[in-house]
Design a protein around this ligand. Structure first.
Ligand code: FAD
Length: 200
């Protein structure tokens, strides 16, 4: 042990056939940019799947071990009426090589932040307060390194608020246009068919 129970990339401890998963875990070699201890329930669930797979494989001998891969960082929380989501690389202090687009609703209870690479424009992360964006869509944009301008024009794909909630994606596009002098247009409004086609 260190601060947590030390495990390798298969979530195995130093004792054969003993695995650990969840809040108690400290990874010996976390992926680049990730922490050795990530005590949140999404990672706990992914670790549980990995450990279960490797325990069953070890018992039956039939399966090769699976590496723990938490993918692109994400989390969400609901605390009373405050709801937030984060996908990708959103730091407390904006790194020099990143740019940010921040929109806030006049009511002060909703905000959307998009962080992107200054040089290439590729999208790096999303942070949302009081607005829901679809995890799979944001994850795919980040994984592909989609340019922020393409993301903005397709932003309706991400909207995951309940039906009939106000949609603010066009306000983000307008804000970006004001800040950059561009004239982008929102091409994609929310719609399940378009989302499914995008994710296929
Ligand atoms: C207030 C709070 C808010 C949170 N909000 C979020 C959030 O918004 N989003 C998010 O992703 N994560 C959140 N988390 C973190 C998330 O709850 C944990 O990451 C997750 O529950 C960890 O799951 P786990 O199964 O690893 O451990 P746990 O859920 O802690 O389960 C461990 C279990 O082991 C039992 N136990 C302990 N010792 C023994 C023993 N000797 N014998 C038998 N049983 C034992 C405990 O009673 C417990 O039931 C929050 C945590 C807290 C405390």
């Amino acid at each position: 042990m260190n601060r947590g129970i030390l495990v390798d990339e298969y979530l195995q401890t130093n004792i054969p056939d003993v695995f650990a998963a969840g809040d108690c875990v400290e990874l010996r070699q976390p992926n680049a940019g990730r922490r050795a201890i990530e005590a949140i329930w999404y990672t706990g669930r992914m670790m549980g799947e990995t450990a279960a797979n490797n325990i069953l494989g070890a018992v039956s001998g039939a399966k090769s071990p699976v590496r723990y891969n938490p993918g692109i960082w994400f989390n969400s929380a609901k605390f009373f009426d405050i709801e937030y989501q984060v996908y990708g690389d959103i730091r407390a202090q904006l790194p020099e090589d990143q740019a940010t687009l921040y929109w806030e609703h006049p009511g002060g209870k909703k905000s959307i932040r998009l962080n992107y690479d200054k040089a290439s424009g590729r999208i790096l992360g999303f942070n949302l307060m009081g607005v829901r964006y679809r995890h799979e869509v944001c994850d795919k944009w980040i994984a592909r390194g989609t340019p922020v301008e393409e993301v903005l024009q397709q932003l309706g794909l991400a909207n995951f608020d309940p039906e009939f909630y106000p949609q603010h994606e066009s306000e983000l596009v307008a804000l970006y246009n004001r800040q950059t002098g561009k004239s982008l247009k929102l091409k994609q409004k929310r719609g399940l068919d378009a989302v499914l086609a995008f994710l296929r």
